[in-house]
Design a binder for this molecule. Structure first.
Ligand code: NAD
Ligand code: DAU
Length: 349
C-alpha cells in the first residue's frame, strides 16, 4: 500500500484534493497533515473522516522534529504540499507568518523527504504553487512556465522562494520534484476572506461590498475541483523536475465579476434586481495591488490532457448554492478571530 502525505488538507484546495485521493485511490493511505490555523477546518472533510484509507495528523510544518517523526512513522511514498498561509492581505499586515510557514515549512518538508528517500525511485514531492510568483501582467500576454519570476507581495515572495527551494533540492540533491502554478480558485469551502466567498457572505448579511481601488484588476478564475483534477494528473503523470501552469482561460475584471455575482444573488435570495449592486463600496486599494493575472495552460493541456471541466457560469452557481446551503459552516469559520480581522481589514480601511 502506498502512503501519500497531503499537507494543508483541511484548507480550501487541500480538502478537495484529499477527498479526491481518498475516494479515487482506496489502495493508498492518505495522510492529511494540517496545523488547523484559522483557515483549516476538519468540517471540510466530514464526509470522508471515517474512510479506512484516511488519517489526520495535526502538525505544524515549521516544527522540523515533528515533521521528521511523521516521515519516520508513515514512510511516505509521495508528498503533495499545499499547506501555506494563502491570503495576500494578511501577508501585507503580517509577513513573518508567511516566511515561517511558506518558506521554512517547505524547506523542512524537503529536508525530511531527502533524509528518508535514500532511493528516490518511485517517490515524488509535489509543490502546489501560485501564478502570483510571475508578478503582474499589462493588458496583453499570459504567464507561461518560462515567464521570469517577479513576486510583488509578501505572499507571492514567500511562494516564489519556496518554489526556488523545491527546484534547488531537485538540482542539488536529486529530489524527485514536480511543481504547478495555478490561477485564482473558487468553489465550496473557501474561507470568507477571499473575494468571492467574502462578497457572497456580505450580500447575505446586507453588508458593504468593499471593492479595492477602481475594481479594474483582472483575475483568471478556476473551479477548485478542476484544480484538484489537475493536481491528480500532475502528481501521477507530470515529469520529474517540471513545472505546469494551471488556469481557467477565464479572465474577469473584478467589478464585472462582482456585478454578475450581485445579479445571481438577487435572483437566489428573491431580492429585487439591483439590490445587491447597491452594496458595492469602493475602498482604499490593496498596497502593491497586482493589475492582471492570466495563465497559458497549454503545457498541461497538451502533455497531460487536462482541461477545465466546468463552464464558469455553472461553477459560480454551484459555489453560490453551496454557501447558501451551508450558512452554519460560514458562521462557524467566521466566529472568534475573524471578527477582529474583518474590523481591521474593512471597518478601519
Ligand atoms: P487555505 O488558506 O484555504 O488553506 C491552507 C491550509 O494550510 C489550512 O488548512 C491551514 O491550516 C494549513 N496551514 C497553514 N500553515 C500551516 C503550517 N505552518 N503547518 C501546517 N498546516 C498549515 O489555502 P488554499 O487557498 O487552499 O491554498 C492551498 C495552497 O494552494 C497554498 O499553497 C496556496 O499558495 C496555493 N494556491 C492557492 C490558490 C487559490 O486561489 N486559493 C491558487 C494557486 C495556488
Ligand atoms: O492567483 C492565485 C492567488 O489567488 C492565490 O495564490 C492566493 O492564495 C489567492 O488568495 C488569490 O489571490 P488574490 O489576491 O488574487 O485573491 P483575493 O480573493 O484576495 O482577491 C481577488 C481580487 O479581488 C484582487 O484583485 C483583490 C480584489 N479584492 C479582494 C478582496 C478580498 C477586492 O476588491 N476586495 C476584497 O475585499
Amino acid at each position: 500500500m502506498k502512503t501519500i502525505l497531503i499537507t494543508g488538507g483541511a484548507g480550501f484546495i487541500g480538502s478537495h484534493v484529499v477527498r479526491l485521493f481518498v475516494k479515487k485511490y482506496p489502495e493508498c493511505k492518505i495522510v492529511n497533515l494540517d496545523a488547523l490555523t484559522y483557515a483549516g477546518n476538519l468540517e471540510n472533510l466530514k464526509d470522508i473522516e471515517n474512510a479506512p484509507n484516511y488519517v489526520f495528523e495535526k502538525a505544524d510544518i515549521v516544527d522540523a522534529d515533528h515533521i521528521f517523526s511523521l516521515f519516520e512513522k508513515y514512510q511516505f511514498d509521495g508528498v503533495i504540499h499545499l499547506a501555506a498561509e494563502s491570503h495576500v492581505d494578511r501577508s501585507i499586515a503580517n509577513p513573518m507568518e508567511f516566511i515561517h510557514s511558506n518558506v521554512i515549512g517547505t524547506v523542512n518538508l524537503l529536508n525530511a523527504a531527502r533524509a528518508f528517500w535514500k532511493e528516490p525511485e518511485g517517490k515524488r514531492f509535489y509543490h502546489v504553487s501560485t501564478d502570483e510568483v510571475y508578478g503582474s501582467l499589462g493588458e496583453d500576454g499570459l504567464f507561461t512556465e518560462t515567464t521570469a519570476y517577479d513576486p510583488r507581495s509578501p505572499y507571492s515572495a514567500s511562494k516564489a522562494s519556496s518554489d526556488h527551494f523545491v527546484r534547488a533540492w531537485h538540482h542539488t540533491y536529486n529530489l524527485p520534484v514536480v511543481l504547478s502554478n495555478c490561477s485564482n480558485n473558487y468553489g465550496p469551502n473557501q474561507f470568507p476572506e477571499k473575494l468571492l466567498p467574502l462578497f457572497i457572505n456580505n450580500i447575505i448579511l446586507n453588508r458593504p461590498l468593499p471593492v479595492y481601488g477602481k475594481g479594474e484588476n483582472v483575475r483568471d478564475w478556476l473551479y477548485v475541483i478542476d484544480h484538484a483534477r489537475a493536481i491528480d494528473m500532475i502528481f501521477h503523470q507530470g515529469k520529474i523536475g517540471e513545472t505546469y501552469n494551471i488556469g481557467g482561460h477565464n479572465e474577469w475584471k473584478n467589478i464585472d465579476l462582482i456585478k454578475v455575482l450581485c445579479q445571481i444573488m438577487d435572483r437566489k435570495l428573491n431580492r429585487e434586481a439591483g439590490t445587491s449592486e447597491k452594496l458595492i463600496t469602493y475602498v482604499k486599494d490593496r498596497a502593491g495591488h497586482d493589475m492582471r493575472y492570466a495563465i497559458d495552460a497549454s503545457k498541461v493541456e497538451k502533455e497531460l490532457g487536462w482541461v477545465p471541466s466546468l463552464q464558469f457560469e455553472e461553477g459560480l452557481e454551484k459555489t453560490i448554492d453551496w454557501y447558501l446551503a451551508n450558512k452554519e459552516w460560514i458562521e462557524n469559520v467566521t466566529s472568534g478571530a475573524y471578527q477582529k480581522y474583518y474590523k481591521e481589514q474593512y471597518e478601519e480601511r
